[in-house]
Design a protein around this ligand. Structure first.
Ligand code: C2E
Ligand code: CA
Ligand code: CA
Ligand code: CA
Length: 279
């Protein structure tokens, strides 16, 4: 809200108060949401640029609150991260997504991966590798079909701890991807030491790929560097065929985005598998 001018100061800002109230409301409602089944996991297909086949899915949280309506994860995830509730929430998403993937596997679909987002908070917990193993055992999902998406903010922790946890997860046989690559803090020197299978190019770079020479250069550099480290590359937020064609010429392996599909509930996601015949 606009205040009176330089030097004037309002102790009680109604607009700011509204934000605080909204945050508190969401914070309080989130615990109930999990217990009362208001949360759902949607799945967004990941597609091979070369073959056009669906090679994976990213699990994304959705929340439909009975009175507040749909609340974006961009709004409630940061609140859950601040309070620490993200650890419980993230565990629920991992279990739900792994169970879904195991169900699809049981239907005969065996060449796809299920990617789940991991908060740094989850990553900081030394019990993470045993939790992942527990989820694999409980669901029966083959380890190589589960992928953990970590963000560059994990570089804010001790490097040896980070590498230790990554290696312990890797030893279980799961895949590791660096999410939102290029937007965060990671040093290229550390990147080389992380046992990553793939880099995800953030949609901030993909958005203007065909118009902005700078974004094109960054994307080209990320793909080249990933390949020289033996990692594959997936681009997120692909909305146009122009973007897809450009990514193809750069040698980017996979893409994800509205061009192919938005995140959808499981009964729609399963239709993405080749040769699916309902009934
Ligand atoms: P993210 O991990 O970078 O996920 C990609 C976001 O881009 C998703 O937003 C997805 O719906 C959106 N998106 C996908 N394709 C396109 C496209 O072509 N165009 C545009 N404009 N957007 C596209 P969403 O689902 O709203 O999630 C936002 C963020 O919330 C995620 O960003 C992730 O950081 C976080 N999040 C969502 N679910 C979870 C979760 O289970 N755990 C954790 N820790 N974070 C989550
Ligand atoms: Ca992600
Ligand atoms: Ca991302
Ligand atoms: Ca993002």
């Amino acid at each position: 809200a606009k205040t009176g001018g330089p030097g004037s100061f309002r102790l009680f800002d109604p607009a700011m108060n509204q934000q605080v109230v909204r945050r508190l409301q969401i914070h309080n409602a989130l615990h109930q949401a999990l217990e009362q089944g208001e949360l759902q996991v949607f799945y967004q297909p990941q597609v091979s640029i070369a073959s056009g086949a669906v090679v994976g899915f990213e699990a994304l949280l959705r929340w439909n609150h009975p009175t507040l309506g749909w609340i974006s994860p961009a709004e409630f995830i940061p609140i859950a991260e601040d309070s620490g509730f993200i650890v419980k929430l993230g565990e629920w998403v991992m279990r739900t997504a792994a169970r879904q993937a195991a169900d699809w596997h049981a239907l005969g679909h065996n060449s796809f991966r299920m990617a789940v987002n991991l908060s740094v908070r989850q990553f900081a917990d030394p019990r993470l590798p045993s939790l992942v193993q527990q989820v694999l055992t409980d669901t029966g999902l083959p380890a190589h079909m589960l992928e953990l998406e970590v963000t560059e903010s994990l570089a804010l922790q001790s490097v040896t701890t980070t590498i230790g946890t990554l290696n312990a997860c890797k030893a279980l046989g799961v895949k590791l991807a660096m999410d939102d690559f290029g937007t965060g803090y990671s040093s290229l020197a550390y990147l080389k030491r992380y046992p990553l299978d793939s880099l995800k190019i953030d949609q901030a770079f993909v958005r203007n790929l065909t118009q902005d020479a700078g974004d094109a250069a960054i994307t080209r550099a990320i793909v080249a560097m990933a390949h020289s480290f033996g990692m594959s590359v997936i681009a997120e937020g692909v909305e146009t065929t122009g973007q897809l064609d450009f990514l193809r010429t750069l040698g980017c392996e996979d893409f994800q985005g509205y061009l192919f599909s938005r995140p959808v509930p499981p009964d729609e996601a399963v239709l993405c598998f080749p040769g699916y015949h309902p009934g």
